[in-house]
Design a protein around this ligand. Structure first.
Ligand code: SF4
Ligand code: SF4
Length: 142
């Protein structure tokens, strides 16, 4: 992934991750510092700072999709486990609140990797450990 970013950066493309942000612990210090070589270009620097890849924060919010059969899912990654009939909700806010209560509320109390258990970023609610698809079963159990 880091190599892919370098290829894009050399083409003056700064990718923005809108979902499924990689936790910063998956990149080494060398990966992070290797991006500094581009920072002499002020335009690149500004775009990089605005991009989500430069942030250590990993958070995720419902990105509700409504399907042709009038069921909704919290997001495409959780489409197998968060289906709801939209006719049971007063509106999009009601549906969003449902997903916040039943899924997102457990983002920082659950983990799929032992590394996350003692991680201060999780405890400080700065990193929820990446895509919830990896731990949705534990989240739903809670
Ligand atoms: S749970 Fe995964 S697929 Fe769904 S919005 Fe979060 S990162 Fe994206
Ligand atoms: S919570 Fe987990 S994924 Fe996030 S930084 Fe800590 S160890 Fe890495």
């Amino acid at each position: 992934m880091s190599e892919f970013f370098h290829v894009l950066f050399r083409l003056n493309v700064v990718p923005v991750i809108d979902c499924n942000k990689m936790p910063s612990c998956l990149m080494t210090e060398n990966d992070h510092s290797s991006f500094r070589q581009y920072m002499d270009d002020p335009e690149f620097k500004e775009k990089f700072q605005d991009s989500y890849i430069s942030s250590a924060m990993v958070k995720c919010y419902p990105v509700i999709d409504i399907r042709q059969d009038l069921t909704a899912v919290r997001c495409f990654g959780l489409s197998g486990s968060t289906k709801q009939d939209i006719r049971n909700f007063k509106g999009i806010k009601d549906l969003n609140d449902h997903y916040l209560r039943t899924v997102d509320a457990h983002a920082y109390d659950t983990f799929y990797s032992g590394k996350c258990a003692d991680c201060r970023k999780r405890k400080a609610r700065q990193c929820s450990g990446g895509c919830y698809a990896f731990k949705i079963n534990e989240m739903l159990k809670m």
